[in-house]
Ligand binder design. Sequence first.
Ligand code: 6R9
Length: 647
Amino acid sequence: MDRITVSATIRDTAHVTAEDYRRLYEESLNDPEEFWAHQKERIHWFTSPQKIKNTSFSGDVSIKWFEDGILNASYNCIDRHLPEKENQIALIWEGDDPADDASVTYGDLLLHVSRMANLLKSIGVKKGDRVTLYMPMILEASYAMLACARIGAIHSVIFGGFSPEAIAGRLDDCQSDFIITANEGVRGGKVVPLKANVDRALDILEESYGKSVKKVVVVYHTETETACDPDRDVNYNAVIGTLEDTCPAEPMNAEDPLFILYTSGSTGKPKGVLHTTGGYMVWASMTHEYVFDYKPGEIYWCTADVGWITGHSYILYGPLANGATSLMFEGVPNYPSSSRFWQVVDKHKVNIFYTAPTAIRALMREGDGPVKATDRSSLRILGSVGEPINPEAWSWYHRVVGEERCPIVDTWWQTETGGILISPLPGATDLKPGSATKPLFGVQPALVDAEGHFLEGATEGNLVMVDSWPGQMRTIYGDHERFKQTYFSTYEGLYFTGDGCRRDEEGYYWITGRVDDVINVSGHRMGTAEVESALVAHEQVSEAAVVGYPHDIKGQGIYAYVTCVEGCTPDEALLKQLIQWVRSEIGPIASPDFIQFTPALPKTRSGKIMRRILRKIAENEYKNLGDTSTLADPAVVDSLIDNRLNR
Ligand code: 6R9
């Protein structure tokens, strides 16, 4: 499809024009010290850093930015905007029920966060402690994150859709002694029993890991009572009014940890991605301002959940560092109707709207009616994140939602990258539907072949980064070896993203999806190995292999091949049980769409499962299986094809 050139209206007021982009991009590569010495000024430092960049992708892999700087992330998100923005709204909250909303000014935010910080101190949280958050999308979730940052505690937010098993594993991994949760969450009119899940997680923590936590803070978001352990549980609503409303912001070194966020990889258990304070804040602030062309006074809405990196960087830290008004939405796109997103846009006069392709595809299926029933004239910029956006969905988003007036920023990045790395800038970059376009300042993407040779010009290969940028993760919490192994060992001296990518003649990047055993279901990352190990943990399962297949709405769906133990005859009841089992082991987002029972899996003579073949069968492309000569027993494949599930 045609390119869409930069609109004059956007360009005339943009932070970055095409000219600026070329000049600054070059400068950021030629003289990073100078470029970042300038960019660091967007953040308030208690002690301004003199050392800018000290990074190495080789040997032990060490990444340090602004290493002698002292700052505090919560101070940067709140105090530094005062008193000027005392009465400006920092966060707008839109509830699941369209009748529920609230807002908090920068002035009020300071009080709420300070009280929460004092509450954390009163229960014994100290600088460097890990605090686990398992929260719905309510204002208190952002108070809790900022309160941790304020006192130097490290937050680890767990998405509210994860199961008690998953919570227990993460509590154990980062040895977290404190949890902040809510009695219940509400999404799409359905209740999520968060506190009950935490209680169950704590039983599992004790049974499986022999551990316990010290305190659980419970925010009462609904009227429902929940079980309470008086020695351990603290009722937030009952005590918060009694706490001091000032709390000094702890001076933190730029390289002190800010948060841990667990994400899936191709092998093993989820990894605790560790981000530190200085570089992350500079990156979140810079990318939020430039990519969304954010101007003071604009209303900005990112629909992500705070349980994901997008919520961290682009609901909270980036926007608030820039003194923005950021909207936080508790609900879902189609409740009470498929007009909900656009009704919220109209209600709060949203100027910048950032969502995921899966939501766009789901809404596109409902037709133009629910969109056209709304006004949306406040919208100026649209964004997309989480997975490749197919040109058809892109065009619908552009034509119907944005009425061809709003540029779409298709932002490519990862939990590990801390913030956006490849994206158009609204006033600078011509758009091509389906392309994340060009690298941001300081970002040096390259494409390599399987052997790690650099590929030049228009080509396709594996996406790597040649050098560090300030927002990059620093390590995997507690496992630096795994960090090196996962990201820097495939190609020596390069950061490997795990994504495949095409580059066209104009240097535009087109992400093609993961090239490892990670699948992307509705923008949620899932390791096939995680789902497999959940399946084989069931007593009737002897082996399992999980692959992704193309899914119209979710991007990818989950297709599982399962071999049962001797003597077990799989039936409909077992199928249902296994789906339920995976939901309770990981969470509803990991539910297999299809489970195909099979007496055996296709293996090489050395015993490796041939996933390539399983992928093809799941994709219904079984006529072209490629080389099958290394199969130990070719008959297995015929039987898999004969019994493949009809979709
Ligand atoms: C921010 C986030 C990261 C993976 C990444 C890639 C995919 C994200 C994308 C995209 C194509 C985009 N991805 N944005 N693919 N175009 N604009 O999503 O982080 O949950 O860690 O997922 O998501 O495959 O490697 P995370």
